[in-house]
Design a protein around this ligand. Sequence first.
Ligand code: HPA
Length: 278
Amino acid sequence: MIESTALNQDIEVAADGIRKALGTAFDIVVVLGSGLESFVDKLGDRSSVPYSSIPGFPSSTVPGHAGLLFAGSVGSRRVLCCAGRFHYYEGYDPAVTTLPVRAASRLGARLALFTNAAGGISERLSIGDLMVLDDHLNLLVADSPLRGLADDVFGTKFVNMYGAYDVDLASLLLSTGTARHLPVKHGVYAAVGGPQYETRAEIRMLRTLGADAVGMSTVHEVIVARQESMRVCAVSVITDLATETTTELSHEKVVAAARKADVQLAQLLQDFIGKVEL
Ligand code: HPA
């Protein structure tokens, strides 16, 4: 577990490094999941820096898995965009995977928009759907990104997760997607640790628990964003159907499906950011 003072220093150093490389005064932070990078093409006046050259950022455990941090504009909004994220299954402490969210908050971002690839569990979902998150089931609940952190530096320890996903933002995502004829749906996202996919019994369990989709990210970032008092919204791209009869699932298939839906996601995010009131 990372110690509070060390984490705080890493966040400060990272925020400072980002400020120097990309500027400051961001309104929104966007985190893009695997295979979902097209949104960066929508950023005007764009600049970027590799995660590996941001001091204080975790070093990648997986070759080729690191990311790029972009800065740019959508209309009058300044956006900080993480193309690639640090996953819990890569072995990082959850307080470390969420460091980019904390750095974005210190650079002014008051709204956080998370995206991910997820397996559809609900029968209402099809591959390629963009599921706006109403809520989540955190099945990584034993290992909180807030565990062991000193209250005074990071905000309240006992973060209220009731209403974590802003209903107005979720509703704007849905209306924006509908206006563009995009396949938007909404539902509950369950986060598992991964990196293995689910057994048939686990899929049955998730359905019974009320999950509409399942993935391996996002919930720790949402917890931290709420501790940072940011408004939160999130979208899952449904890349496969996590049903009891699915037999052929691989990371390659998930990423390929994400790439197919990626352009639609990018359109949704661009339209949404153009309309959202801060
Ligand atoms: N399960 C878990 N995580 C995922 C899936 C899935 O089916 N698809 C994409 N991420």
